[in-house]
Design a protein around this ligand. Structure first.
Ligand code: HEC
Ligand code: HEC
Length: 290
């Protein structure tokens, strides 16, 4: 009897191990081929200005789109080599040693399509939430600003995806491949007027989607020890706030209920970077969502 049980337990464990191995092999090669896919996209022609007004506009866009949070000073560690999912640094995007050598066309293609110079998808770069649908004028101004950054010499270790990262990316639980999130045939608006309207707010609020979700309904926190991500629509707590309270919450981190927002909500950079008109427009947009 015992012998039989042992035999069948052995067979069961062996079968499970083989199934797991097959699953992992599929996940491995799936991510390998998606990460190495070379995209052929229709390249947008955009003239990059170099005047000071464009530079100032670009600087503002870089602040509200958080480019500087990740890339200033030649980039930084995002996930270090002890992380179980992947290790990656935000790269050095200056022209210094370890940086990039981009033509104007390369800049536009990368920021519209989320691909690098080889045509392969960037990893974990929030293109959809930042530059994919910027107006042509703002994208050109942003590139003007980026190109004028002083060269920094900084070389980063190679990025690497680990087995757990492959599995959760395969199951679509992790936004590894930025190019996959984009519409590569999108049409772009030439210019958009900053005004206190819900439509302008919708344009600005793309940056909030990465955490609050594309429907702004929030969800569970991003990891152990992190707060849940609140619902920003009328059905959430914020539905009871007025515009001035929203502006104060983003500028001071203090909500009308007296709660102090943690740093998992980047209010310190967002509250400072957005001007009041922009915050009010975002409020109007969120306050229309059921
Ligand atoms: C959350 C951090 C983060 C933010 C915010 C961010 N990036 Fe990135 N960026 C990355 C990472 C990570 C990569 C590396 C992708 C890779 O190597 O696969 C990257 C890659 C790039 C590249 C390609 C560099 C190369 O090696 O070819 C450019 C250009 C770039 N980012 C510009 C920007 C601009 C402009 C903004 C603001 C609109 C921005 N990024 C916002 C993290 C970020
Ligand atoms: C990096 C992720 C992230 C991004 C990007 C982000 N948020 Fe948040 N947000 C959070 C988290 C996490 C909390 C909860 C913070 C806490 O409980 O301490 C939060 C809380 C809030 C709250 C408080 C809501 C309440 O009910 O108390 C508001 C308002 C808010 N976010 C607005 C925004 C807006 C507007 C944007 C875009 C400009 C944005 N957030 C972008 C992560 C993010």
């Amino acid at each position: 009897m015992l012998k039989k049980i042992l035999k069948w337990t052995g067979i069961l464990i062996g079968t499970l191990a083989i199934l797991l191995l097959i699953f992992y092999t599929i996940a491995y090669f799936n991510i390998e081929s998606r990460a190495n896919k070379v995209y052929s996209v229709k390249k947008q022609k955009l003239i990059i200005p170099s005047d000071s007004a464009s530079y100032e506009l670009g600087k503002h866009i870089a602040a509200i789109k958080a480019c500087d949070d990740c890339h200033a000073g030649g980039g930084k560690v995002l996930f270090d080599e002890n992380m179980p999912i992947l290790s990656i640094n935000s790269p050095n995007i200056t022209s210094g040693k370890g940086g990039i050598d981009y033509s104007d066309e390369d800049w536009v293609t990368t920021l519209r399509h989320g691909i690098n110079k080889e045509g392969k998808s960037l990893w974990f770069m929030p293109v959809k939430e930042t530059t994919a649908s910027l107006s042509n004028k703002e994208l050109a101004a942003l590139i003007c600003y980026m190109k004028k950054q002083p060269p920094v010499d900084k070389t980063h270790p190679k990025k690497e995806i680990r087995p757990l990262g492959r599995i959760i990316s395969f199951l679509n639980k992790f936004p590894l491949l930025s190019a996959e999130e984009l519409d590569h045939n999108a049409k772009y608006v030439d210019d958009i007027k900053p005004e206190e309207t819900a439509a302008y707010g919708a344009y600005l609020a793309a940056i909030c989607m990465g955490c609050h979700g594309s429907n702004f309904k929030g969800g569970p926190g991003h990891g152990p020890g992190q707060p849940d991500i609140p619902d920003l629509t009328l059905s959430g707590n914020m539905g009871k706030w007025n515009s001035a309270q929203f502006v104060t919450a983003l500028q001071t981190g203090k909500t009308p209920e007296g709660k102090i927002l943690s740093d998992f909500m980047p209010w310190k950079s967002f509250g400072k970077a957005h001007n009041e008109l922009e915050l009010k427009a975002i409020y109007l947009f969120l306050h229309e969502l059921k």
